[in-house]
Design a protein around this ligand. Sequence first.
Ligand SMILES: [Zn+2]
Length: 394
Amino acid sequence: MIRDNCPEGATTKQRLVGTYDKQRSGPTLVCLGGVHGNEPAGVLATERVLSVLKERRIPIKGRVLGVIGNIEALRRGVRHVEVDFNRIWMLERVERLKAEQNGANGSVEEREQLGLMSTLHEIFREAPEEVFVLDMHTMSADGDPFALFGDTLPNRKFASGLCAPLILGLEEHIDGVVLDYVNSLGHVTVGVEGGQHDDPRSIDQIEAIIWLALFSAGMIREEDAPEVARARQKLSIAARNAPPIVEIRHRHPIQSGDGFQMKPGYRNFQAVQQGEILANDNDGPVRSPEDGFILLPFYQGLGNDGFFIGREVKGAWLKVSALLRRLRFDAVVHWLPGIRRHPTQTDTLVVNRTKARWLTMEVFHLLGFRKRRIDGNTLLVSRRKPQLSNGRRF
Ligand SMILES: [Zn+2]
């Protein structure tokens, strides 16, 4: 048994909620819960699914595991103890932490990070085939479930099976989320928001999402598990008031002490208009920068995200982008005027915004790139990591 560097000497065994398999071959599904400690619904929903699978001995291809993200924060029932556990997974930072192995001296979250990394890498090493990671969260505001992912084709395929509205591009606005790190290792990843933190329906909704994730990953058959059809029905009803696909366009960051107060009553996917006053802070009213849908309005507790504004994406856009990516149009985009490859960073393009004025960020999104940085006239975009499993590409 690998001992990790968690507080109180937690081990991989303590980080595991449970596991279920019938045969070693097949996909691996990791249900990751409690990345934020005040969001236990994912862990509870995983326990429920595992106990049904075991009780009824439901046939399964591959292996499903439940894993806890931040054990100490979950034990205390707080979002995080020292730093947000879902903002510290930048590749360079992770590499530095691994090199230092600074378990004893680091923050609570750094010790948790070393522990979770050790557990996840052990699971990934043992996985004979494709790995899917489902990161399960809940929200401070009321609202129905939705799924978030970095826009690669395998992530899209997996997320589309979850019968929840799909949110693209959140990771472009937030650095260091755990799923971005796991995605960069070549695994399929989707995050889910299951409902309000303390609403018991959130556990039911996440349970439904896990059943659909097992089915979407090709691990269980509907004839063996009527829960799949029931989950589809439950989530389709929950999703009927939201647009099917939304791209995040804006994040309003907040800091402690800036007096941010969301106006009461906003729900996820509520339509908002440009200029609408959504909140107040020490500088006065905070307005929506554009027309769109509000997501994750911040109502209580700890956190740095005031709200997000998204815009509906039409299904045809996804089809065009899938086609362009299969044609590998991204591989020749640097031939266009004003675009060149980054001299040292692979999968990164340097865009001269004066010369390539006609190329908007939407076009780069279409081709599977994400915005990295804007320096005056220069835009840096990076291609999302290609998936490694089965030779499939983004
Ligand atoms: Zn969360």
